[in-house]
Ligand binder design. Structure first.
Ligand code: MF3
Ligand code: CO
Length: 274
């Protein structure tokens, strides 16, 4: 998200994309384990330690810990927290929405993605925000093909969320290239003009991550220097996929199907938007 761009985009070889697929899938299967056990009463620190254990059991490294001083293995962003929430000892409660963002390094390659869960009973407005944010991610991914531009992905996300539903698209934080580093060029904003920005070439791997607010786009960073919250206190949703640019159809390296299967089977999670 906030990173030092040096203007150089690194394209991966097929073999490297295959390795990145492994890293991304480890994130997905770990988030699926979270989806199996998540329920009101649980704390985000418990989720943090579950994720760290699973990642290390697979001989991978949780990549967020100590990244620019980040003090945990995951980001757990609840309700009005947009991203980079610290896991804590507060019990999650019915109606909370929680984005779990996890990064790993496996065989030298990064996987980094996020999923937002709804705990138990919620209201229509929140459920719609979650549904539409996830939809917008796929609208963006559809544009992640050779000869399109970064702005085409960005614009598709913005159109589906801001234009169609009046939601706030966070401007201060963006997605990013992904590879041997967590944050590579190019920046991947969730707003922008069609046809703008760098041209997409085959085997560019992007972490596309819409951060969408129910209310206004305005956010601020809390005193801990990390936690990003909505100014108006309304909820925000975050989904992230690791995507490889291809001709015709993008290749999604992460795998929500394992997470969604667990989510639907867990009676403590709200999967009513499917
Ligand atoms: N998915 C987030 C990102 O792309 C997570 C970073 S948290 C950090 O930037 F601690 F690693 F910074
Ligand atoms: Co990311």
């Amino acid at each position: 998200m906030s990173f030092r761009p040096n203007g150089m985009i690194i394209y991966k070889t097929e073999a490297e994309v295959a390795l990145m697929n492994e890293a991304a899938r480890l994130v997905s299967t770990t988030l699926a384990e979270v989806a199996k056990v998540l329920k009101p009463g649980m704390t985000t620190l418990q989720i943090d330690s579950l994720c760290a254990t699973i990642v290390r059991d697979h001989k991978a490294i949780p990549s967020f810990l100590n990244y620019r001083g980040y003090p945990h293995h995951i980001c757990a962003s609840v309700n009005d927290v947009v991203v980079h929430g610290f896991p804590d000892n507060v019990a999650l409660k019915e109606g909370d929405i929680v984005s779990i963002d996890l990064g790993v390094i496996l065989n030298g390659w990064h996987g980094d993605h996020a999923y937002t869960f709804i705990l138990g009973e919620s209201n229509e407005a929140v459920i719609q925000l979650v549904k539409v944010t996830k939809e917008s991610l796929y609208k963006g991914i559809e544009k992640a093909i050779v000869n399109n531009k970064i702005g085409d992905i960005a614009n598709a996300i913005q159109e589906h969320t801001e234009k169609k539903y009046g939601y706030g698209v966070v401007r201060e934080l963006v997605g990013h290239g992904l590879g041997r580093s967590l944050h590579e060029d190019p920046q991947m904003p969730n707003y922008g003009k069609k046809g703008s920005g760098p041209k997409l070439k085959e085997n560019l791997v992007l972490a596309i991550e819409p951060m969408i607010n129910m209310g206004t786009k305005d956010v601020y960073t809390a005193e801990d220097g990390w936690t990003v919250k909505t100014r108006d206190g309304k909820p925000s949703v975050h989904f992230e996929h690791d995507v490889c640019v291809k001709r015709g159809t993008a290749l999604i390296l992460s795998d929500y199907s394992v997470i969604e299967t667990a989510e639907k089977a867990n009676i403590n999670l709200n999967a009513s938007y499917y």
